[in-house]
Design a protein around this ligand. Structure first.
Ligand code: GDP
Length: 194
């Protein structure tokens, strides 16, 4: 998609705050620091529209980015919060679960994993969770500029195998640095907006 207009329409912590235009939604999920803000900024051709996790005081909300009045990209707070309390973790869990399990316009989920390492237990659990709810999923392995090209096939097979990715889902290698994989991620999103 050619993106010229994007606005961060709203932040929500519960269903009554979700937008109501009915645009299709694609949710992005991943551990803190995996490169989610960088992926969003790459997709929308901005340098720093989505706030990176190093932003002080970044709040843990669902952020809905309105793309061209056609689509919402939904930035779901990173899982694996080392620095928050158990109670806060549980609250995030409830918020994310409510969104993923009840949201009608939600068409698919992008799960980000760090392409430099094997997927973590959190990554595997998150994938199993969305698979259980039959949400079409694109797994994106990030930071691939840090992985030598001759290792890319190995990354593909490790991620496929560790996460046990279903036939109907897809894996895409990606780098925000080189923009490699950007068109393929957009293609998957557009295929799932219908
Ligand atoms: P978030 O917490 O998932 O939103 O992650 P960020 O997008 O803030 O990225 C976390 C860190 O990883 C930052 O220092 C980014 O510059 C870096 N990063 C993100 N994507 C890439 C990438 O594709 N390549 C490289 N080399 N670094 C990246």
């Amino acid at each position: 998609m050619e993106v010229n207009n994007v606005s961060m329409n709203l932040s929500a912590v519960s269903a009554k705050q979700y937008p109501d235009e009915g645009y299709p939604e694609i949710a992005l999920l991943g551990r803190s620091n995996v490169g989610k803000s960088s992926l969003i900024n790459t997709l929308i051709n901005r340098k720093s529209f989505a706030r990176t996790s190093s932003t002080p005081g970044k709040t843990q909300t669902l952020n809905f980015y309105n793309i061209e009045d056609q689509l919402y990209l939904v930035d779901v707070p990173g899982y694996g919060f080392a620095k928050v309390s158990k109670k806060q973790r549980e609250e995030f869990g409830v918020m994310i679960e409510e969104y993923l399990t009840t949201r009608k316009p939600l068409r698919g989920v992008v799960i980000l994993v760090d392409g430099r390492h094997a997927p973590s237990d959190d990554d595997i659990s998150m994938y199993q969770y969305v698979s259980y709810y039959h949400l079409p999923t694109l797994v994106v392995a990030t930071k691939m500029d840090k992985v030598k090209k001759n290792q890319w096939n190995k990354t593909t097979s490790i991620v496929n195998k560790t996460m046990n990715i279903n036939q109907t889902d897809q894996l895409q290698l990606f780098s925000a640095e080189t923009k490699s994989g950007k068109d393929e991620v957009w293609q998957w999103i557009e295929d799932h907006m219908k």
